[in-house]
Write a protein that binds this ligand. Structure first.
Ligand code: SAM
Length: 443
């Protein structure tokens, strides 16, 4: 029988779903307040799973709820609509017995102070259980219902990736792997792998990525040996490959222009004895950079500022390397953040593309002649990636595109007109775009 906290998990999931889908709040932010009320750790995990499943099933769950309900709920009862949607997705996708799901949804409705709807929720879910196949067939005709994405994004993927769009959508609905980065200032990857094996954690070194370890299963971070001592970070393979494009060497002066929360800044400092300046425009994210570096025993100069306006914070000394890990649509990491597909709107793209262009423009003059600017996104959209770099190269005659870094192993993905694109799920990496341009000395 479900526990009282199982009921809390369902209510928490409905609250997070409402925050994401009605108010445009990121699920990670909404989880913070919803999970405070869910006491058991396994129930918190359940809340997350329920929300992630609903994000991947929302068009269908929404259509089914509307179909089942004769008259729309009053505005003040909107939370109950989400309790129903969570239950319907759970009945569609999980192995939990239907009667337990219905019971939890009814109790969650009571817990949400909507006792007057408890009987109705029970009746609607029983009806769904009885007529599931017919209702699903009636509601599931659209591409959005079939794939669990908004129609505009499906069309965007189709336009940019006419051969790969279905694989792209499938990858975004899959569970992401747990990939770790070894802090090689703390210990070697071989030592780190032995410690994992001693702790009973199945993992292996990732070919072509000198610091990466792929775990066979997901684990709580606290169970990773010496995590708190700064021996590891959690970082996807694509994000780890990004710093190979910088071709770091001791003594270089490096700018990480969009640094928060600090994953790549830390990786650079673990790799080489460099002087690093980390700029970030959001105070909380800059604090995350500082906290992360402290945990890992690393130091950098951290600056709160708008990287596209260097005149406000730059000390006038040129950089050998500039990394722009640009704010983007994050369409390459939807498998990690399934809510992204509902948070992003077509109009956001124009603003992001303009910001990326201004970062490239504003930071180019900070690169030393002979130095390298690396541009990275976790997007799969052409406008943010190779098309952005094509425009940059057209307008900057002192810029020369460089080839991908040479490693022992061929990375996943493909060469674009400029730069390299990995799509999510290829070799189980996140979807990322990478480009490096050298600043040619003045003639
Ligand atoms: C993709 S994230 C960077 C991830 C980071 N490099 C890492 O590896 O952990 C982009 C970051 O750029 C920041 N950002 C957005 N606009 C910015 C601007 N104009 N100047 C500086 N940072 C900016 C965002 O707040 C966000 O933290």
């Amino acid at each position: 029988m479900p526990t009282a906290t199982g009921v809390e998990s369902r209510l928490g999931a409905a609250e997070v779903a409402r925050a994401v889908l009605d108010q445009g709040v990121a699920a990670d932010v909404a989880f913070e307040s919803a999970l405070a009320k869910v006491t058991q750790s396994q129930d918190r995990a359940l809340t997350r799973r329920l929300v992630h499943d609903l994000m991947r099933d929302w068009p269908m769950a929404d259509a089914l709820c509307r179909r089942l309900i004769d008259r729309p709920f009053k505005r003040r009862d909107r939370l109950v609509f989400f309790i129903l949607a969570v239950a319907i997705t759970e009945m569609r996708l999980s192995r939990e017995p239907a009667h337990a799901i219905v019971h939890c949804a009814v109790e969650a409705t009571r817990l949400a102070q909507a006792q007057h709807l408890a009987k109705l929720v029970n009746a609607l879910l029983r009806r769904f259980q009885r007529d599931k196949a017919t209702l699903e067939a009636d509601c599931g005709g659209s591409l959005a219902c079939q794939w669990g994405y908004p129609e505009w994004l499906i069309n965007r993927f189709k336009g940019d990736w006419p051969q790969e769009w279905q694989a792209l959508l499938t990858a975004g609905n899959a569970s992401p792997p747990l990939t770790l980065r070894v802090n090689t200032r703390h210990w070697s990857r071989d030592q780190a792998l032995l410690a994992l094996a001693d702790a009973g954690i199945e993992a292996e070194a990732m070919p072509g990525l000198p610091d990466a370890v792929a775990c066979a299963h997901r684990h709580a971070i606290r169970s990773i040996p010496q995590f708190d001592q700064g021996a590891w970070s959690v970082q996807d393979a694509s994000a780890q490959w990004a710093i190979e494009w910088l071709n770091l060497a001791p003594g270089l002066r490096v700018l990480d222009a969009c640094a928060g929360p600090g994953g790549k800044a830390a990786h650079c400092l673990e790799r080489a004895d460099i002087e690093l300046v980390a700029v970030e425009s959001v105070p909380d994210r800059l604090s995350q950079v500082a906290d992360g570096l402290t945990r890992l025993g690393l130091t950098a100069t951290t600056v709160l500022g708008d990287a596209s306006q260097p005149e406000d914070w730059w000390d006038g000394q040129l950089f050998d390397r500039v990394l722009i890990d640009a704010p983007c649509s994050a369409t390459g990491v939807i498998r990690r953040h399934p809510d992204i597909r509902w948070l992003r709107q077509p109009k956001d793209l124009d603003a992001l593309v303009a910001l990326q262009a201004s970062l490239l423009r504003g930071l180019w003059s900070l690169v030393k002649p002979g130095g390298i600017l690396v541009y990275v996104t976790c997007s799969v959209l052409a406008v943010e990636n190779h098309q952005q770099l094509e425009l940059f190269l057209e307008t900057h005659t002192d810029a020369k595109a460089l080839s991908p870094p040479q490693g022992a192993q061929l990375p996943p993905g493909r060469q674009m007109s400029v730069g390299w694109q990995v799509l999510p799920g290829e070799h189980d990496w996140d979807g990322f775009y990478f480009a490096a341009v050298e600043r040619l000395p003045a003639e």
